[in-house]
Design a protein around this ligand. Structure first.
Ligand code: CO
Length: 214
């Protein structure tokens, strides 16, 4: 586990000064350039977990990925926060890719598989219990606990890729012939590698009829 005892309120502000100095050392115009605007080609929907920062794990820089994170990277079609981010990303920034990235060992997914009360978050994790219910036969057949959790992490990503594709925002983008793909990835904390679950969609061909906007 990372040692975080040296992280304090003050150390973050000190860290910021170091960041500015180091960055300006490499490129004196870096911040002036960045302040001119953003054209990220990708929207990232990831977990709030502190160990899964979108930029670091994809070796990208500020300005390159538009990011939305919540507990267990859940896409809910009535979540105004997610919808606002998605609408802005697709219709204003013009992103070409939306990636749902889950991660093995996700505390939200583990909690959703359990029967303990955790507080308010249980209402959010209910969405993952619904994913479990949808795939109960497959999941209950996996006897190894770790493997069953890993599979639910994957299925949660797959369901949320479907949820994204079914939003009116993505449906309208496809209806209007916009180039837009949605993808599902999983990050493994213990190796640092991302796996592509290969559930990408760039149109309605893999989506059930009832979700299609025509
Ligand atoms: Co997580």
């Amino acid at each position: 586990m990372p040692n975080t005892t040296h992280i304090t309120y003050e150390s973050l502000l000190e860290g910021n000064k170091t960041f500015v100095a180091k960055t300006l050392d490499l490129d004196p115009e870096y911040f002036e350039q960045l302040a001119l605007g953003q054209t990220p080609p990708v929207l990232w929907v990831g977990c709030a977990d502190s160990r899964v920062p979108a930029n670091q794990i994809t070796n990208t820089k500020p300005g390159e990925i538009f990011v939305h994170r919540n507990i267990a990277n859940v896409v809910v079609h009535s979540d105004m926060n997610l919808l606002s981010v998605l609408d802005y990303a697709v219709n204003v920034l013009g992103v070409k890719h939306v990636i749902v990235c889950g991660h093995y060992g996700c505390g939200g997914v583990i909690a959703a598989m359990g029967n303990k009360e955790n507080g308010i978050v249980d209402n959010w994790l209910r969405h993952i219990k619904d994913v479990y219910r949808l795939h109960m036969a497959e999941l209950d057949a996996i006897t190894d606990n770790q493997k069953r959790t890993d599979r639910l992490v994957e299925l949660n990503v797959i369901e949320n890729v479907n949820n994204l594709a079914s939003t009116t925002i993505v449906q309208n983008a496809w209806k209007n012939g916009k180039e837009l793909s949605v993808h599902g990835w999983v990050y493994r904390l213990s190796t640092g590698f991302i796996s592509d679950l290969k559930v990408s969609m760039k149109d309605n061909t893999k989506l059930e009829e009832v979700f299609r906007l025509k």
